[in-house]
Design a protein around this ligand. Sequence first.
Ligand code: NAD
Length: 355
Amino acid sequence: MKAFNYNINPARIVFGEGRTSEVAAEVARLQAGRALVITTAAQQADGEKLLGELGSAGVALFCGAVMHTPVEVTAAALEVLRAHECDCLIALGGGSTIGLAKALAVRTGLPQIAIPTTYAGSEVTPVLGETENGVKTTRKADTILPKVVIYDVLQTLSLPPQVSASSALNAIAHAAEALYSEEANPIITLMAEEGIAALVRHLDAILADPQDIEARTMAQYGAWLCGTCLGTVGMAIHHKLCHVLGGAFNLPHAETHAILLPYSLAYNAEAAPHAMRILSRALGVEDKPWMALYDMLRRLGLPTSLKAIGMPEDGIERAVELSLQARYWNPRALEAAPLRRLFQAALTGDAPAAF
Ligand code: NAD
């Protein structure tokens, strides 16, 4: 075993079916009593229901969360927060909603309760990505980390099957990269393997029946573990490339992760053989775990090429150039020629090779 450092973020995880009903008690536990509920326009009805469950502890609802946490939206939410003298934040939604709560928390110091409704994992990380004038910046701070996470499977039943699948692959990407992270450690490796296995073993059941509570519960358990990997150790090439593609071509977050992951893993295969062995075990295959993910994408009916989600055909050079800027740690050096081959294959959905 190699030498390692082990640092874990503080966490209060309230896990179980129906436990959203305990939200008022969690607000009181934080010694707060005037909560702002945050969600998206699409989830407004769920936000209103949550406000009802809070009773007198729920004082306002903001349904304007959107992707990429634009600072203008944060400013609008801040006005609502101040007008109602809120003393805590409750995010009900996916990474976009949780991002807005984090943006408010870092500006006000207020505690947050996150009730995730996707598998993206933001609820257990102290990281916030924001956009201003179209430029995305990322920062990290203790105040960004939610104080409490309520994992209630009932909040995930309405997540459409396709979004469930791409969101699950987004979660798997966090754990896969944790296996070869510069800061990898044996506890996070355990969580990564268990998290990936819990997700992949239940995805088919979720697609067959999105109301399957047992399968959804196991997927949410996996998403928590994978998110914890993301929040604990540094990521590598895959997260860097997804960040580049999202910023340069405004590609959708979860689908970009899902499509690119097999290619990123193939790129690193020779440089991270131990990680590939663990990944194979988690996916239930002998070897070449990236091919299992490549095939899974097709089986689950997800988009299979970057072109299909909006990457322009002439975007490869720009993607390569941006990927080589602001160097990011990776077990294998990032180099122009193999990166170009990687983007070319991912653009058209060709099977990943040894780039
Ligand atoms: P999202 O939050 O953007 O949600 C996608 C859509 O699905 C939204 O319209 C939302 O209203 C809807 N939705 C969510 N849950 C639903 C449900 N249960 N039923 C019906 N509809 C539902 O998607 P996401 O993939 O969770 O989050 C992506 C964003 O999160 C990106 O901006 C990404 O950068 C960020 N993110 C941040 C971190 C971090 O650690 N900071 C981690 C992961 C993702």
